[in-house]
Design a protein. Sequence first.
Length: 80
Amino acid sequence: MESNHLINLASTLSRYTARAEATISSMAAGNATLFERLRNSRGCTLKTAKNVMVWFDTNWPADIEWPSDAPRPQQKEEAA
């Protein structure tokens, strides 16, 4: 997983929901500046990145396709 994967997921979800990326960042990470920081190469911890990726996986709308360039965490059904 790379920062551009998180940025792409945020951008895609932002366009779909008409919510600002800062709003999505607040919901996903509890921090409105995560995606701005990633765009400016300031990064985040691995724990934050994993948690945000799980948030996207859990909250991703069923009617839009997950971006093909972003690895998706293993689905709960597949893990069982």
